[in-house]
Ligand binder design. Structure first.
Ligand code: GTP
Ligand code: MG
Length: 284
């Protein structure tokens, strides 16, 4: 499936990351707390080699607290060091990150150089700006623009490189591609907007039907996602010649989800991932 990332792009990103990682001693990996599995890049472990990695579950303000706790415990069990954050709003981020970095990275010859890496849209630039205390990196959905290499001091002997390493998203896995699309991490290209909204509605109907009912005042129990989308479209006046404008209705649903109008949401749990990973063994 191609969603703006072709093998050529991935190769280029891979080479750039390998080159950039040579210049640092430790790595801060940013993932989206709403989909920690789907927003990580499986090759980072290999690319980081034996460099210590601090895994940041960002956008915690958008995720479900109980599931964020489950993810945190899951990673801790795997021996990973994590930090749950909201780069957009949390204060004292610098102190928290510095403490964790010093925990995992031994001091060789100072300064200890650190770099932020992650797939697009997880909040790398927002985090960098927060740490720098000024707007160094452009945020939004465009790649960061850097005004010459600058160093951000996390502590006297710990320096952060201001250019994030961009990794490619896990789009080869269908489930992950849909979750990334719902979260807004990958732009709506190869997957139709309606299909993304239908995926989201199926998830909502299964996990949080009450929230759908209270937001849209519709019947969702036992209904097909397409009928739910149609009902939302009718209710919100998304009409075109011949019936409901599904595209407009899909936009409404996805905007509502991304702007937390349907409450904090986490699209996957550690249990889902375990089930997913155990599947091939069961069928072999
Ligand atoms: N609610 C919330 N939004 C966040 C948080 N961190 C980042 N964002 C938003 O997420 C969007 C993407 O953030 P960026 O910092 O641009 O992400 P990035 O990883 O630099 O993305 P690329 O430059 O495309 O690789 C922006 O709209 C941010 O405002 C957070 O902790 N909470
Ligand atoms: Mg950026």
């Amino acid at each position: 499936m191609a969603i703006g990332w072709y093998p050529g792009h991935m190769n280029k990103a891979r080479k750039e990351i390998i080159h950039a990682l040579k210049q640092v001693h430790a790595v801060i990996e940013v993932v989206d707390a709403r989909l920690p599995y789907s927003s990580e890049n499986p090759l980072l472990n290999e690319l980081a080699g034996d460099k210590p990695v601090l895994k940041i579950l960002n956008k915690a303000d958008l995720a479900e607290d109980n599931l964020t706790k489950e993810w945190n415990a899951y990673y801790r069990d795997l021996g990973k060091t994590t930090l749950v954050l909201s780069a957009k709003s949390t204060n004292y981020i610098k102190r928290q990150i510095l403490d964790k970095i010093l925990d995992i990275a031994s001091h060789g010859k100072p300064p200890l150089k650190v770099m932020i890496v992650g797939i697009p849209n997880v909040g790398k630039s927002t985090l960098i700006n927060n740490l720098a205390g000024t707007k160094i990196a452009k945020t939004g959905n465009e790649p960061a623009v850097t005004k010459g290499q600058q160093i951000i001091r996390l502590g006297d002997d710990v320096h952060l490189v201001d250019t994030p390493g961009i990794l490619w998203p896990k789009i080869e896995d269908q489930e992950s591609a849909f979750r990334l699309a719902v979260s807004g991490a990958i732009k709506n290209t190869a997957i139709e907007l309606e299909d993304i909204a239908l995926y989201a509605l199926e998830f909502m109907a299964e996990k949080h039907p009450d929230r759908l009912v209270s937001r849209y005042d519709i019947d969702v129990i036992g209904e097909e996602p397409a009928r739910v989308l149609e009902a939302i479209g009718k209710l919100r006046g998304c009409l075109k010649k011949g019936g409901v404008d599904f595209h407009k209705a899909a936009e409404i649903v996805l905007n509502d989800i991304r702007s937390v109008k349907l409450g904090p949401l986490t699209f996957e749990s550690p249990l889902d991932i375990k089930i997913f990973q155990e599947k091939p063994e069961q069928t072999s």
